[in-house]
Design a protein around this ligand. Structure first.
Ligand code: 5GP
Ligand code: SF4
Ligand code: MG
Length: 461
């Protein structure tokens, strides 16, 4: 997954982008970058590995001058976590420069890339996003939005994009609207962000979202829009509500992530009560809101039984399995005073590999819990995501290989209950229709990529 942020029309735009990226750090922690464009149309890029604070130091920002800038935070699959794959992409071609930041994943990138390579194109990275830049550079159209439309025709999959060329900034979303992308205003300045929490940090007002299939164009004349591609049946990623987005964001046309997670927790409480339990707690931070909802619904007292160390990155994001195992204890500790002798409900938003969960159950038992009832505020994840969330291959997904009872035994709980697919879709704002839920249901909106091995071509987001 990735976070994208763009600014048009503010002096020192890169500084605003830098600030905005901090609020999108949760969407990607492996690399970060900014491209800034000055009044003469000269584009400068800086990309680095790691957190924003590591990748973009203050000395760097001073060199990124201009009133147009776009930025990106990225996480990737193991193996493709290299500086070549850091974004934004910046290329120079006969028409000037193109800079692009992408959140999502292009499903037919392999075919598109093969076609380009057959015609002599050379690639710098293993990212699907680079294909888009090549296609734009080859377009014979005059207007930037027509070049982008040419590039996007025939592209299948998920993309929320920020593209800068000349003195123009464009924002686009795929025709199914898979990933969020918000437009904000700050005086005369236009701001674009994956999530509204990043508009808040720069003091921008949320104007509206970029619509599926739409290209929003900002240049010296102001903002305009074209419906570049016919919208398809809506497929907003439900996992954004379940796990990915920040609870202080509103996504997909104003849906509160906090409200969604509480509703998921309440639905879980109705579907999967735990009558013998004394208390409930969430696995911080991602399940806190769902645990609140569960407590509201069941009347169980909400406790803080696990403490998370905030100075360690997300376990899931560590590229190697070994790294992940060690990280559980580094990242969490249990509070004995809360747990000792108690029958507890432990809420999490999802189980992916089961590695973290198993480690956490062990911690909770070691701190004296008598019974552990695990409740999950989404259905079992049974398939990979091809649309930008870096869920692992089917072999590594615990629910693709074990039944609920087997998972319960594997993670060491007394009982395990998941929210149903219907329960999840009814709980999220503007549900139950128009969402992608393929990783839970197997109902993939596109054919799977011919080369799902993301290590070869990387995951653009
Ligand atoms: P597991 O037990 O599957 O190893 O880890 C479960 C935890 O991973 C949950 O707490 C959940 O919040 C988190 N998680 C679920 N999906 C993702 C994801 O795509 N990225 C990251 N970083 N964490 C995830
Ligand atoms: Fe979101 Fe799952 Fe669909 Fe991927 S497969 S876009 S994670 S709902
Ligand atoms: Mg979590």
């Amino acid at each position: 997954m990735c976070g994208i942020f763009g600014v048009h029309g503010a002096p020192d735009a890169a500084e605003l982008v830098h600030l905005g990226l901090y609020s999108l750090q949760h969407r990607g922690q492996e690399s970060a970058g900014i491209v800034a464009v000055d009044q003469n149309g000269t584009a400068q890029a800086h990309r680095g590995m790691g957190l924003i604070s590591e990748a973009l130091t203050s000395g760097v920002l001073e060199q990124l001058r201009g009133d147009l800038a776009i930025g990106h935070t990225r996480y990737s699959t193991a193996g493709s976590s290299t500086i070549e794959n850091a974004q934004p992409v910046l290329v120079r071609f006969r028409g000037g420069y193109i800079a692009l930041a992408h959140n999502g994943n292009i499903v037919n990138a392999t075919e598109l890339r093969r076609d380009l390579e057959a015609q002599g194109s050379i690639f710098n990275s293993t990212m699907d996003s680079e294909v888009l830049v090549h296609r734009m550079a080859r377009s014979q159209a005059e207007r930037p939005e027509d070049r982008l439309t040419d590039a996007l025709r025939g592209v299948e999959g998920a993309y929320s994009l920020l593209v800068a060329t000349g003195d123009t900034l464009m924002a686009a979303r795929d025709p199914r609207g898979w990933r969020p992308l918000a437009i904000g205003t700050l005086g005369d300045t236009f701001v674009f962000a994956s999530e509204t929490c990043a508009l808040d940090i720069v003091g921008a007002t949320h104007l509206r979202d970029v619509q599926p299939g739409e290209i929003v164009i900002v240049d010296r004349q102001g903002l305009r829009s074209v419906q570049a591609l016919e919208p398809l049946e809506s497929r907003r990623c439900v996992f954004e509500y379940v796990y990915f987005a920040r609870p202080d964001s509103r996504i997909f046309g104003g849906g509160s992530v906090d409200r969604a997670r509480r509703a998921l927790g309440r639905a879980l409480g109705r579907e999967q009560p735990a009558p013998t339990a004394d208390l409930v707690f969430g696995v911080p931070d991602s399940a806190n809101a769902a645990a609140l909802g569960y407590a509201e619904e069941t009347g169980l007292p909400l406790e803080l039984a696990l403490i998370r160390n905030h100075y360690v990155g997300r376990t899931f994001i560590q590229p190697s399995q070994q790294g992940r195992n060690h990280k559980v204890k580094v990242k969490y500790n249990a509070v004995r005073e809360v747990l000792e002798g108690k029958s507890v409900v432990m809420i999490d938003d999802s189980i992916v590999r089961g590695t973290t969960t198993r480690g956490l159950v062990h911690l909770v038992r070691a701190a004296g819990a008598r019974e552990v009832h695990m409740r999950i505020a989404s259905p079992p994840v049974t398939g990979p995501c091809y649309y930008g969330i870096d869920t692992p291959s089917r072999e590594e997904l615990i629910a693709a290989n074990l039944s609920v009872e087997e998972i319960a035994r594997h993670i060491g709980v007394d009982s395990l209950g998941y929210l149903s697919l219907e329960g999840m879709l009814a709980a999220v704002p503007d549900g139950p229709h128009g969402f992608c839920h393929a990783c839970f249901s197997g109902d993939y909106p596109t054919a799977p990529p011919t080369d799902p091995d993301k290590l070869r071509f990387g995951c653009g987001c």
